[in-house]
Ligand binder design. Structure first.
Ligand code: PHE
Length: 358
């Protein structure tokens, strides 16, 4: 049965096969388009094959029609595939031929870093004191026992000097009686500055300190700010004025501030400063359940006091003429309160998921 339908069938089969061969041989898009036009174009091969349609019996036309549509779709799909594959090959060859193109822009912008949250809080605190007229001072992290404890009037058996609190350092070839440790507080700056300068002076300083402490609110290395002011006729009133101004600039102008008597060997009298809890306040009635202030409504932020006359004498300053006040605070504590950070170790793990939040 060499009928018209069978001729069309075999014509279609030959057409799609030869089209695929021509596509495979084409090495650019124009030749691929030309091959497609040869097949599907008005004067193309398909049109020629379909001339035999007139001789196809009516009951077979529908079937042949469907075949024709399928072949057309196949040709289009093959064409698209070939064009995409060609583009991919070109790009690959291009990349391999010129592996580095210095004119290409980066895929992502260079990520921008920022200061560590502790650095920010430290700078903010130092800024406040600088604006109040304090100069910035410095002291070493590896310090003589004398500057860390003795000149600050710590009795030799004071618990802070205990092996459990301090990191002692052995210095090879050092003075046999010079005991060296990692400073346990920034108060060594008081000693060094008072030994080196004549009053009047007002100095702040910030940096790392070390104690044998390790839990969710204590780290063996943490940071403090130290400040002190020495002049004639300095009173506890000056201390209260400066530290109240500081707390209200750091938090808010209406922050409540209170001074509570406390003890540090190098001040007399000594005090601790509390601010009204920034997490709960009387208005929202959550005071009793607040975990930060433990229901008291107050949070301790620093230690302070009037410089003890013995400290002046140890540092060569006439305690009859000069008086002064000093204060010290923990930067981590202030930062934890400011940002609501529950665990001090987060500051030192340097996990970008934490750091990126500031
Ligand atoms: N150095 C004290 C501490 O680390 C803080 C302090 C500094 C207290 C200055 C009074 C005056 O706890």
């Amino acid at each position: 049965m060499t009928d018209a339908a069978a001729d069309i069938e075999s014509g279609l089969r030959a057409l799609s096969e030869s089209f695929r061969e021509r596509l495979a041989a084409a090495d650019d898009e124009p030749s691929m388009r030309a091959a497609r036009a040869e097949v599907l174009g008005k004067k193309g091969e398909l049109t020629k094959i379909l001339r035999g349609m007139g001789k196809v019996p009516a009951e077979k036309r529908r079937e042949i029609g469907e075949r024709v549509n399928a072949v057309k779709a196949e040709v289009e799909a093959d064409f698209e595939k070939a064009v995409t594959a060609l583009a991919r090959r070109r790009r690959q060859a291009d990349l391999e031929g010129r592996p580095e193109d210095l004119t290409l822009p980066g895929r992502v912008g260079t990520p921008r870093g920022h200061l560590h949250p502790l650095t920010r809080v430290k700078d903010d605190i130092l800024d406040i004191f600088a604006s109040l007229g304090f100069a910035i001072g410095w002291g070493p992290e590896v310090e003589l026992e004398e500057n860390n404890f003795t000149k600050l009037a710590f009795p030799p058996d004071h618990p802070a000097t205990d092996m459990q609190d301090s990191f002692w350092v052995t210095v090879e070839g050092g003075e046999p009686d010079a005991r060296v440790l990692l400073r346990t507080h920034t108060s060594n700056v008081q000693v060094r500055e008072m030994m080196a300068n004549e009053p009047p002076m007002a100095i702040v300083s910030g940096g790392p300190v070390y104690r044998r402490d390790d839990d969710i609110t204590h780290s063996p290395m943490f940071h403090q700010i130290e400040g002190f002011l020495v002049d004639e006729n300095v009173s506890f009133g000056h201390l209260k004025g400066v530290l109240t101004e500081f707390a209200q600039r750091l938090y808010r102008p209406d922050t409540p501030v209170r001074f509570r008597p406390s003890y540090f060997p190098f001040v007399e009298p000594g005090a601790e400063v509390d601010i009204g809890c920034v997490f709960c306040n009387a208005e929202n009635g959550s005071r009793a359940s607040c975990r930060v202030c433990k229901g008291t409504g107050w949070i301790e932020i620093l230690g302070c006091g009037m410089v003890h006359p013995d400290v002046f004498e140890h540092c060569g300053i006439d305690s009859e003429r000069w008086t002064g006040f000093a204060f010290g605070l923990g930067i981590e504590r202030i930062a934890m309160l400011r940002y609501g950070i529950p665990d001090i170790r987060l500051f030192f793990e340097n996990d970008p998921r934490f750091l990126a939040q500031f």
